[in-house]
Design a protein around this ligand. Structure first.
Ligand code: SD4
Length: 318
């Protein structure tokens, strides 16, 4: 068994791990640490896939998804498609702590954030706008459409619907596997209380309004003090149909070790022959952990606990 506290997160986002650890060491609890860790990635724009200035949608706008799930109280706060507010995980925390709702979306989530004192500012940067411009110049592909005409490879729309069996165009592309993605983070604090959360700017060139798996409980993250927690990253359009974080936690509830629980969650998707890429990290309440992945060669995750006392990047082969 591990010693506590413990921080574990997807990818080699070690600055986030360190920020969460620092918060725990200076007396912060699970939620403080989760907010500090995910915020660090939002500020650093981890791999361009967390925080402002990444993943422009079809209109060039960056929007954010975030979730904070508390395994002690089984309460959560989340925002999806959050516009013009940089600190998505902090807004998610406000939803958790200052409302009895669980999920707020879009411009109205922005209004909530403003009422909570957050500053409204544009999330686009030179970099995100240049990614978007290149995509426009390249006939708006790859994208996320199917069963539409004219062929969106020739034009950026407007598109017209065609029957479900007459496929004019199916986007072959979803995510850039080279891009590291969402931060998903699990905290077990010194009182062995558990929280899990995510923050992301979603999928590049998404259709405006698209929400990924990250802010959905049981999909992007889930936790229960009695059992443990799990987080997921990857192709959220597919992953959210399988609630992989919930599945991993429920497997651990039945006594399955974390590594195997993560594998079961990934294999459930793989077994349906869906092409996707993604990874799941699972931790049980004893601090044992494991990860599984598919659709990429390997999946790194970052961990720190009292017994190792320094951030370590572990890698699992897919
Ligand atoms: C999403 N799972 O929006 C998130 C982001 C991610 O590859 O991990 N993208 O689908």
């Amino acid at each position: 068994a591990q010693s506590f506290p413990l921080v574990i997160n997807t990818w080699n986002f070690t600055e986030a791990t360190k920020a969460a650890w620092k918060e725990l060491k200076s007396g912060g609890d699970r939620l403080d640490a989760l907010e500090a860790g995910c915020s660090q990635c939002e500020i650093l724009q981890c791999d361009g896939t967390v925080g402002y200035g990444g993943s422009p949608d079809e209109s060039g706008e960056t929007t954010l998804d975030a979730l904070m799930f508390d395994g002690l109280t089984m309460s959560m706060g989340a925002v999806a498609g959050l516009r013009r507010i940089k600190h998505a995980i902090s807004v998610a925390r406000r939803v958790l702590e200052h409302t009895s709702h669980s999920l707020l979306v879009g411009s109205l989530a922005t209004e909530f954030a403003k009422r909570m004192g957050f500053k409204e500012e544009l999330l686009e940067t030179h970099k995100s706008l240049s990614i978007w411009k290149k995509w426009k110049e390249n006939h708006c592909q790859p994208n996320f459409w199917k069963n539409v005409y004219p062929d969106p490879r020739q034009s950026c729309g407007p598109y017209h619907l065609v029957g479900p069996n007459s496929v004019y165009y199916n986007s072959p592309y979803h995510f850039n596997k080279q891009n590291h993605d969402t931060i998903g983070m699990i905290i077990i604090d010194k009182n062995q209380n558990i929280a899990a959360g995510t923050s992301t700017n979603g999928a590049t060139h998404k259709i405006p309004g698209r929400v990924g798996d990250s802010p959905i409980p049981g999909a992007g993250a889930y936790g229960d003090n009695d059992v443990g927690a799990a987080v997921a990253t990857g192709d959220g359009d597919i992953m959210m149909r399988f609630l992989p974080s919930f599945l991993a936690v429920e497997e651990m509830r039945r006594g399955t070790p974390p590594l195997e629980a993560a594998q079961i969650a990934i294999n459930r998707i793989v077994s349906k022959n869906l092409e996707f890429f993604g990874g799941v990290v699972a931790v049980n309440r004893n601090g044992e952990y494991g990860a599984a992945c598919s659709g990429m060669s390997e999946f790194p995750y970052s961990v720190i606990a009292s017994d190792i006392n320094k951030v370590t990047v572990k890698t699992v082969k897919c």
